[in-house]
Design a protein around this ligand. Structure first.
Ligand code: PLP
Length: 458
């Protein structure tokens, strides 16, 4: 088989800045050992997130110049609406400045004290928006999805029995909506099968509960379905994506992922009453319905991006580049969440640094060392992000997994960048016994990982 190459050539470049280990030690200290506080100019390879970090194509940039900035009824809105409808099939398309704005609108309408909203695994902003509304966010991913070593092909699937049980225990009247996140970001970027989406739809609709997708990585999920699910090998990714959306009643979307843009999102849905309520909130919080939270130029870039993201040469390269990083780490014995997901590799920090207990944040320790030693920025997805305190006793409740996510921006880094990342991780792995834990010195009440401050222990 021939090497799967980047299906593009590079037209514009952006230099990256080299720093010394000594400089990075000071930078890390000044940042309170939280990578979110490191200046991006001080990062060599930035794998903090795949969100809003894509390189846009020449056609997207030409759309930026072509954007119609009329307040109402802009040409760019109609192009955007057509592009989103073409893939999702939904009737009402509501542009927002990013994914969480769509979530905020949806849960302002549907969430409140006493309500419960199931998902395979809620992403952190989704969970935060649900909890902010007073409702409860419930994760019902299959058991395989929680096992870092299971090679099950669709580890993002929801446990249908758990869903039935959840509905019986919670009461249909307390469940305003059910969701599925494709791919399952908080669960390792693992895909959801069409069969499972259909089963979730059947259960929710049996009880007249609306079903929404958190569709941020719909194209990556669709390509996994093409590769792994019986009966989909000969379908185009676009057809598969259309079928996924057709099973649900609407979606929230962060265009910063699979629309290949740096800013944007939308809420799309079929229910006209819900759309009306959503637009009323949109006007107060985001903007007039034909631009929402976006400029006309952003709408152009999203429209073009949605067309490019379902290109199968792109998706083959995209998934292969993540798998390549994963394979090299597995070969070196580095414990990672398997199989590799669609947008990121997740190092299993619990196994990487077993000497650090969860309450001393093994993932954070590895994140700090990746930066200190290699100038690589990653993010902890473990007890810093999802750990809790028992409401009564104050006792520490760890997250179910301690992961470090290496999220790969779309179309940004080349194979030699990835090879460098592999070398750095293997070098740290060899010296892993020397890693020590961290303690929190500041935390905000919600989404604490963004602003937390730490100190190394010992
Ligand atoms: C990024 C993301 C969101 C939130 O989108 P933003 O554009 O960052 O607000 C919601 N859900 C999932 C699964 C995501 O990956």
């Amino acid at each position: 088989m021939k090497t799967i190459i980047e299906p593009f050539r590079i037209k514009t470049v952006e230099p990256i800045r080299f720093t010394t280990e000594e400089e990075r030690e000071n930078i890390l200290k000044d940042a309170g050992y939280n990578p979110f506080f490191i200046h991006a100019d001080d990062v060599l390879i930035d794998l903090l997130t795949d969100s809003g970090t894509a390189a846009m194509s020449a056609k997207q940039w030409s759309g930026i110049v072509d954007g119609d900035e009329s307040y109402a009824g802009a040409r760019s809105f109609y192009r955007f609406e057509k592009a989103v409808k073409d893939i999702t099939g939904y009737h009402f398309i509501i542009p927002t400045h990013q994914g969480r704005a769509a979530e905020k609108i949806l849960f302002t309408i549907l969430g409140k004290e006493g309500k419960s909203i199931p998902n395979n695994t809620h992403f952190d902003t989704t969970r935060a928006n649900i909890e902010y509304s007073g409702a409860e966010a419930v994760d019902l991913v299959i058991e395989e999805g929680k096992d870092p070593n299971s090679l099950y092909p669709f580890k993002g699937n929801m446990d249908i029995d758990k869903l039935e049980k959840f509905i019986h225990e919670t009461g249909v009247e307390n469940i305003p909506i059910g969701m599925m996140t494709v791919t399952n970001n908080a669960g390792g970027g693992q895909p959801v099968s069409m069969e499972n989406l259909r089963a979730v739809r059947d259960v929710l609709h049996k009880y007249n509960i609306p079903f929404f997708l958190d569709a941020c990585r719909f194209a990556e999920n669709a390509y996994f379905i093409k590769l792994r699910e019986e009966g989909y090998g000969d379908k185009t990714v676009k057809e598969i994506a259309q079928e996924m959306f057709s099973l649900a009643d609407g979606c929230t979307m962060s265009a910063k992922k699979d629309a290949l843009v740096n800013m944007g999102g939308f809420l799309a849905l079929n229910d006209d009453k819900l759309a009306q309520l959503a637009r009323n909130i949109l006007i107060v919080t985001e903007g007039f319905p034909t631009y929402g939270g976006l400029a006309g130029r952003d709408l152009e870039a999203i429209s073009q991006g949605l067309d490019e993201v379902v290109d199968e040469h792109y998706l083959r390269y995209r998934l292969r580049s993540i798998e390549y990083l994963g394979e090299k780490l597995i070969d070196a014995g580095v414990p990672i969440l398997r199989p590799p997901g669609g947008h990121a590799i997740y190092i299993n920090a619990k196994e990487f640094t077993p000497q650090i207990p969860p309450e001393e944040f093994p993932g954070q320790a590895l994140v700090c060392e990746l930066y200190r030693f290699g100038g690589i920025r990653a993010v902890e997805i473990g007890s810093v992000m999802f750990g809790k305190k028992d409401k009564k006793t104050g006792a520490f409740i760890p997250a179910s997994m301690e992961l470090v996510r290496l999220a790969v921006p779309r179309r940004v880094y080349t194979q030699s960048h990835v090879d460098y990342v592999v070398e750095v991780i293997i070098e740290i792995f060899k010296k892993r016994d020397a890693l020590r834990g961290y303690k929190l010195t500041y935390e905000a009440p919600m989404l604490r990982h963004f602003t937390a401050l730490f100190e190394p222990i010992g």
